[in-house]
Design a protein around this ligand. Sequence first.
Ligand SMILES: Cc1ncc(COP(=O)(O)O)c(C=O)c1O
Length: 452
Amino acid sequence: MATVDERLDAEQVRRDDRTHVFHSWSAQDAIDPLPVAGAEGSWFWDYDGNRYLDFSSQLVNLNIGHQHPRLIAAIQEAAGRLCTIAPPFANADRSEAARLIAEVAPGDLDRVFFTNGGAEATENAIRLARLHTGRHKVLTTYRSYHGATAGAITLTGDPRRWPSEPAMAGVVKFWGPYPYRSAFHAADELEESVRAVQHLADVLMVEGAHTVAAIVLESVVGTNGILVPPPGYLQGVRDLCDEHGIVMICDEVMSGFGRCGEWFAVDHWNVTPDLICFAKGVNSGYVPLGGVIISRTIAETFNERPYPGGLTYSGHPLACAAAVASIQAFKDEGIIEHARMLGTDVIAPALADLAARHRCVGEVRGLGVFWAIELVRNRETREPLVPYNAAGEAAAPMNEVVGACKAKGVWPFAHFNRVHVVPPCNTPVDDVRTGLAAIDEALNVADRYYTD
Ligand SMILES: Cc1ncc(COP(=O)(O)O)c(C=O)c1O
């Protein structure tokens, strides 16, 4: 164990947390956050020495793992040089981070507007699109998450949006592709792709394509199911955007920076959006950072005309120094290639094996280190192990599966009726196998809910 926080004991950490920390997305009395004493690579541990394999990459942001020495050194050196400098100045760490991000971004996306995280990236992408087009409507998918600020939560398709409604005007939802639970009654991936594009074309027709500023979608949907777009879908969206002068915004906050075994998920399909939102994996959240990568055409809109948006900490030097170190480490250590190999050689065959042996597995899908195991009560009906947005007693079967993983020392990412397999991109093969073995055992719990 490289680092243990010894300033306080676990009880005091817990007491102060319970008394003074107001936690996100939670009923405060219903939670008991685990005090974490330290972490390294793909592992973290508590004050009692219990070690957990981080199979959720925290909130699927820890693409480079915990405590990478190059990021620690870069942050320490940057802190010694210049801890903060306001956005109106040019700064070496910020400039270099922007250049490196532009270099790995597709097509002519070569300007970066920095934010502190993903939601602010969404907000600014919408603002850029609306000002660039002079239109107001934004289209986005039902099964999606784009952040928790006012505009971003309106774009969000999942139930986290409900308590914030009514929200920003001018946002219209459509169905994205999801072959396993097709909204279009498609028989296969190709049909799903064609029908999902046609559905979007129909939505544009009835909304008035000339009123639409942007179509926003997660290139590969993350929390809402690891929904990998079928072949042709993203190109179909690109074509519709081109036809109607609509800005294509790909939210790669979760899918970017190696998660899908490429720098960006869109690289799989050679599609270049007009704007890419990023955050999380850009520096694994060592210091908060996000942003929008902007096409040359959209950037030029603001050559003479001021861009009306900004943040005090936009392009913070410590965050940017961490991003520079992370991108360089990704290149030097072959982390993209490793993530890709984990997907094809380790996770895909292991999940196929799980699906063959556990009746509760309805479908496995994903790429790179971005996978979902979808659990059902019956394979014919595809009834999910727990209902959509289940809570309390209704969510008990999934809570049992999660508990079984944790009892085996694996910290999983679970959402609705799915367990996601989302370790850091540089997790060693043996650790990935360890995590998959724990999930294998945990699925016995879900099998007990199966009904013929
Ligand atoms: C696809 C996607 N977009 C946006 C966000 C919001 O990012 P943040 O929590 O940094 O605001 C998230 C966070 O999970 C996300 O997964």
